[in-house]
Design a protein around this ligand. Structure first.
Ligand code: PXL
Length: 285
């Protein structure tokens, strides 16, 4: 058996609503990967469409956690970051990359901050500039189309998109610095939705799509990102990891739609974990 991989997931804990750490931890663990966590804040729920949530910032805890890990000489195969709530958190996570990220540690940044053309309500208009700086240090970034245009300081366009537009976004995103780009929320018609991956070194671009399901289901970006990280560290290629993440996410949305669950409560990814873990076995050496 190969050495067990270890990831540090740096996200908030939204206690209810299936996003960020409550999604990353089970999905990455289900793939047989050890998942250490750095909780950046504790909220009663996420901030997407639910009012009255509590918010307890944990920024001051991050560096002491990282320093303790450094003393213990812990090594990570990947550091996977998601929702980061302030400029200070961006700076601290950037320092964390320097302290814990050896040459063999994938730095994977999901620049969580926006969707459907708008920034999430907790972010100021200059936040994307700070997020862009963190993305400069990443090996892989996983923006959706809205986050991509905010990173590039371009106006948001409604889809359907053309292949030329998507590929020009991928190439401009590559100029920020990451070696591999994963762009989610890609669609060329109203039938299929998926994601594109760009390997900057080889120039290879691959797409993966699945049937479009109507409705804005919360937390699907984190489900996708976590499944992508799990698949990549399981040994899948970039294109395979993208395809696995698209399938896992869309299947989770389909189960949720069939159950008629409130779209703010996140998706039923739990009932897909067994099948997901079994599919990843084919990537494992
Ligand atoms: O899923 C992204 C996310 C993560 N964490 C918090 C959020 C959101 C999106 O709204 O509010 C707290």
């Amino acid at each position: 058996m190969n050495r067990q991989k270890r990831v540090a997931a740096v996200h908030d804990i939204s206690c209810f609503g299936r996003c960020s750490l409550t999604v990353a931890l089970p999905i990455i663990s289900a793939a047989g990967i050890e998942c250490a966590v750095v909780p950046t804040a504790v909220l009663s729920t996420h901030t997407g469409g639910i009012d009255g949530y509590t918010f307890h910032d944990l920024t001051d805890e991050i560096m002491p956690i990282v320093q303790h890990w450094k003393q213990l000489n812990l090594r990570f195969d990947a550091i996977y970051t998601g929702y980061l709530g302030s400029f200070r958190q961006l700076d601290i996570v950037s320092a964390m990359f320097d302290l814990l990220g050896s040459g063999n540690t994938f730095k994977i940044v999901d620049p969580v901050m926006a969707d459907n053309g708008v920034l999430y309500k907790s972010f100021s208009p200059d936040f994307p500039k700070g997020m862009r700086k963190l993305c400069e240090k990443a090996d892989i970034i996983i923006p959706n189309i809205t986050e991509a245009v905010f990173l590039l300081d371009e106006p948001y366009k409604e889809g359907p998109y053309t292949r030329e537009y998507i590929e020009s976004l991928l190439k401009k995103l590559a100029e920020i610095g990451a070696k591999q780009i994963v762009l989610t929320g890609v669609y060329f018609d109203n039938e299929q939705l998926g994601a594109a991956v760009y390997d900057c070194k080889s120039g290879q671009i691959d797409y993966s799509f699945a049937g479009w399901i109507e409705g804005y289901y919360h937390g699907t970006g984190d489900v996708f990102g976590s499944a992508f990280v799990a698949a990549l560290l399981s040994g899948c290629s970039l294109a395979q990891a993208n395809a696995e993440a698209v399938k896992f996410t869309v299947d989770s949305i389909a189960r949720t739609k069939a159950a008629g669950t409130d779209i703010r409560f996140g998706v039923d990814f739990e009932n897909g974990l067994g099948e997901f873990a079994a599919r990843l076995m084919k990537c494992k050496g």
